[in-house]
Write a protein that binds this ligand. Structure first.
Ligand code: ADP
Ligand code: MG
Length: 386
């Protein structure tokens, strides 16, 4: 049993005066490639990381859900019969929202007992690694087991997404929750966001002597939420003007017509989505046929497309990626919704320290904020630990 789980069993006993009935956990995620394609019904290739959110949970003999987190003193509680998005606020919506989403999806909670829930996360918040999906998925698997709902991992990912969309109010796609639920060691999760079919893709990082370096810019713009909404609206506008329900339906062969029909900005937004979808499919094929050392150009092209066409990167991210590649990274790109957050570089293990030093020096020389650098390992998705 890992140390975080043992600590949480003890912390739960401290907080609630008894042993938990179980401990569940779910990881954050990194998107290897496929940015902003999810809500356009396209393709994504994320993986679950080796940083997890743990939920220690104990049954109560009433119908109250009581939620605490090691990250704040703020406790929340709500009766199962009172679950409603407007009845929850702040961080506890990531937990209570999942219970509400289960009820809203028609799962029978009539006999469900109340729960004491304690959350602890080692997924950094707001770094683009989806600490939010990690919470949702950790409690989703806990609810599924304790309330004997028998939902599949993919169904639980969908429930987590509904919580994020409707209880928290963030209009995100299924990417984060699918990665957190379905991740496997040394594998990516290739998700078709239209059919919602997911399949594991072997990454072969370890055998190729490669690591994934996360470069957290520690920059978060206030307009991140607004920028995300703007991009969604541009995509909807582009699809409508092109006469398709979603941009998924367009291919690179449609881009000439798109450039004739759309204004320049909308055209570039559409071109990012169309080419990014193609790059995800190509990355999956390349990993299979050529291995991870062959995907560098695809990662770099994705970064350029997010920088120039979708315009969601920031100078800190652009410089970190360019510097990593100039110093021996296989490829590098921003990951996550953009306007700050993190980028990733696929790096030879024996070059990692030199790349880290070069990135830190380049950002410092440019007068930009010092990044937080760390590696992540593709890891197992949500599970019961105890
Ligand atoms: P991210 O990119 O990390 O998912 P979000 O804004 O989507 O960023 O989610 C971060 C939010 O999730 C935090 O503001 C907080 O409300 C909640 N959160 C994350 N970790 C914890 C935790 N350990 N305990 C309580 N709430 C948390
Ligand atoms: Mg999030």
């Amino acid at each position: 049993m890992n140390e975080q789980v043992t600590v949480m069993e003890n912390a739960f006993a401290q907080a609630f005066g008894r042993r938990p009935d179980g401990v569940w956990s779910a990881p954050g995620r990194v998107n290897l490639i496929g940015e902003h394609t999810d809500y356009n019904h396209g393709f994504v290739l994320p993986f679950a990381i080796d940083r997890r959110t743990v939920a220690a949970v104990g049954l109560r003999d009433d119908r109250v859900l009581r939620v605490r987190s090691t990250f704040t003193d703020e406790e929340a509680s709500l009766a199962i019969d009172d679950l409603a998005p407007q009845a929850m606020a702040g961080w506890s919506a990531y937990v209570l929202g999942v219970a509400w989403a289960l009820a809203d999806a028609g799962h029978d909670l009539a006999g469900a007992s109340g729960l004491d829930i304690l959350i602890d996360s080692r997924v950094p918040v707001g770094a683009g690694l989806s600490s939010s999906a990690a919470i949702e998925c950790a409690v989703a698997v806990a609810f599924n087991d304790l309330w004997e709902l028998d939902l599949s991992p993919l169904d639980l990912a969908r429930i987590g997404r509904i919580a994020e969309n409707k209880a928290v109010g963030a209009p995100t796609g299924l990417l984060d929750q699918a990665a957190s639920m379905l991740g496997r060691e040394d594998h990516g999760v290739f998700l078709d966001c239209d059919t919602e079919e997911a399949e594991p893709v072997a990454l072969h990082l370890r055998e190729e002597g490669l690591e994934i370096l996360v470069m957290d810019s520690r920059v978060e713009h206030e307009h991140a939420t607004g920028g995300y909404r703007d991009r969604r609206e541009s995509c909807e506008k582009g699809a409508a003007a092109m006469g398709v329900a979603t941009l998924r339906e367009l291919s690179e062969a449609d881009l000439d017509r798109a450039s004739a029909v759309l204004d320049d900005e909308t055209y570039r937004r559409v071109r990012h989505i169309v080419t990014e979808n193609a790059r995800v499919v190509e990355t999956v094929r390349t990993l299979d046929e050529g291995g991870p050392r062959a995907i560098g150009a695809l990662l770099d092209a994705s970064q350029a497309s997010m920088r120039d066409d979708f315009e969601i990167t920031v100078p800190e991210i652009d410089l970190a990626c360019a510097t990593a590649v100039a110093h021996g990274a296989i490829g590098a790109r921003m990951t996550g919704g953009g306007f700050g957050g993190s980028s990733i570089a696929v790096v030879p293990a024996d070059a990692r320290e030199a790349i880290e030093a070069a990135v830190t020096a380049a950002l410092s020389a440019a007068g930009l904020r010092e990044p937080h650098l760390f590696t992540v390992t593709p890891s197992q998705g949500a599970r019961r630990d105890v």
